[in-house]
Design a binder for this molecule. Structure first.
Ligand SMILES: Cc1ncc(COP(=O)(O)O)c(C=O)c1O
Length: 383
């Protein structure tokens, strides 16, 4: 049987990982500035994370959500403390798309309304409503097309207010990434997020902060939306939450009340996933990784801004995008093939850096030296 080919693949088989390093099946070492797509928060195979999952595996891996699970309660209180969203409630699921799907569905249940405001170039996942709220028609199947989603321009306060002034009473939710990832690292401005809070309050709509990629400390605060000094009504989370163990969730403001049957899941919140997520929080606290993301991110961004050949640098914390000057677009390929450094991309020409929040200054310097070398190699080829 062959695999269903939905991704263009690098011909590299990664079989081992530790911290910010991965190794292929031939023993070649790579520096991982991509974090498996923003998933590796505390570092690959962190010993505490491995032990917590191993211990849990010996106790119990799974039981259904029909019984009380103390480990879910532990995770909820750890998340309350870590995020500062004190009285919020937690619903657990398995992925980012699922988190957004549940957030949107919950907003609709809560308001009794159907319309969702999303933004140009947004990405919210590939399940039915999440993909419909994603501004990329090429990944929306005909069955997922709906008039219930409206795409407004990103960071355009006037357009947002004008739309709410006429349609506000029909809108169930506004969904927005604090920093757009797939779009190429574009930050929502503080003023824009504050304006969303205001119109949602005025018209009774739910503010959903898609924090799947930009959340979990990556931006230098627990949620990227926190930089704007506003609270959302629902935060969706996944990627960094389990450091590679599949888990997602939504944090739900206290005024949104649950009813039996509203949301549900078989695997969401299983003990193994909760153990992985608790390990992540414990390590983030012990190693002060949110602060580290802020400090290392600022160091990396500053160095990039001063590097010859780099045209634009955007982002916050360890969620960084940059573009190269003309003629140097292949730098990402050279980084991988010649310098053995993994980076991410955002089409057409943004290089995305989403390393572990535990990346060291030495590894950042290694990356910067590698990038410089890759630029020189490309320049030599051109001459
Ligand atoms: C902002 C954002 N939301 C949602 C998702 C979907 O997450 P998942 O792939 O876990 O379903 C992603 C994935 O890249 C994302 O970047």
């Amino acid at each position: 049987m062959s695999l269903f080919k939905v991704y263009p693949l690098n011909p590299i088989a990664i079989t081992k990982a530790a911290g910010s390093r991965v190794w292929d099946d031939k023993g070649q070492e790579y520096l991982d500035m991509y974090g498996g797509h923003a998933v590796i928060s505390i570092g690959h195979t962190h010993p505490h994370w491995v032990k917590r999952i191993e211990d849990q595996l010996h106790a119990i891996a799974f039981y259904s959500n029909s019984v009380v699970m103390p480990i879910q309660e532990q995770l909820a209180s750890a998340l309350n403390e870590m995020s500062g969203k004190k009285d919020f409630q937690l619903f657990l699921c398995n992925s980012g798309a699922e988190a957004n799907e549940n957030a949107l569905k919950l907003a609709s249940f809560h308001t009794g309304r159907k319309k969702i405001v999303a933004f140009k170039k947004s990405f919210h996942g590939r399940t039915s409503l999440a993909v419909a709220a994603t501004d990329n028609p090429s990944i929306v199947a005909p069955v997922n097309e709906t008039d219930n989603i409206i795409f407004l321009p990103f960071n355009d306060i006037a357009a947002l207010q004008a739309y709410f002034a006429t349609q506000g009473k029909e809108i169930a939710a506004v969904i927005i990434e604090g920093i757009q990832g797939v779009a190429g690292i574009h930050e929502a401005t503080d003023e824009f997020l504050q304006a969303i809070r205001k119109v949602c309050d005025e018209f009774g709509a739910v503010y959903i902060a898609d924090s799947v990629q930009c959340g979990y400390g990556r931006s230098g605060k627990f949620f990227a939306h926190d930089h704007a000094g506003v609270n959302a009504d629902i935060y969706s989370m996944a990627k960094g939450m389990g450091n590679g163990f599949p888990i997602g969730g939504i944090l739900i403001a206290p005024h949104i009340q649950a009813k039996f049957g509203m949301l549900g899941t078989t695997f969401g919140g299983n003990p193994l996933a909760c153990a992985a997520a608790l390990a992540v929080i414990e390590v983030m606290q012990k190693e002060n990784l949110i602060k580290a993301a802020e400090v290392m991110g600022a160091y990396l961004m500053n160095a990039l801004k001063n590097m010859d050949g780099v045209k634009v640098v955007r982002g916050r914390g360890l969620m960084i995008g940059f573009e190269m000057e003309e003629g140097l677009e292949d730098v990402r390929k050279v980084l991988l093939s010649d310098l053995k450094i993994f980076t991410g991309e955002a089409k057409p020409n943004v290089i995305r850096l989403l390393p572990s929040l535990a990346i060291t200054k030495e590894d950042i310097d290694l990356f910067l030296t590698g990038l410089n070398k890759a630029i020189q190699l490309l320049k030599q080829k051109k001459d």
